[in-house]
Design a protein around this ligand. Sequence first.
Ligand SMILES: [Zn+2]
Ligand SMILES: [Zn+2]
Ligand SMILES: [Zn+2]
Ligand SMILES: [Zn+2]
Length: 167
Amino acid sequence: MTKTKSKIDVITFPKKKLSEQPRCGLCGKRVNLIQTDCCGNWICNDEHKYITFSYARNSCIRNHRRFTLCGYHNAEGHKSNWKDCTECRQSFETEMYVWYGTNEYNFEMLENPPAYEPTKCSRCGITIKLGTDVYSQLGNQYWCEECSALEMKKKIQEHKKKQPIKM
Ligand SMILES: [Zn+2]
Ligand SMILES: [Zn+2]
Ligand SMILES: [Zn+2]
Ligand SMILES: [Zn+2]
């Protein structure tokens, strides 16, 4: 009566081989990988994809190196672990510190990130996410993308008024 059961038990998949093949810890790709200097994780060796001054965030290795505490901590030659590094903590305002430690370019997230007041646009009061939004900063004033653009326009118009129109 129970003979059919054993059939299912016997099937084992050769899972091991698949998981041994390294994957990029950020996007999961398996080709053209390199181990990071900072934490030894496998990552896409794709820095060539990045175009200088493009501000694109399409390179896994660059994103990890430039936009995480792990990468920063290593590049600055800090001691011990980035997660409890006081130098890292002091290097950034809290919002950026938290973003660097918890964004999607991390292999491991910062545990218990400190609380912070959200940054607001000094002009219209909208919340600005310093890690991902476009904004401009002057001293301790922050301007959202829209307000920055409006102000820029105003400045250009004022400038034009002062200039005699050339034909
Ligand atoms: Zn990747
Ligand atoms: Zn790292
Ligand atoms: Zn550090
Ligand atoms: Zn604004």
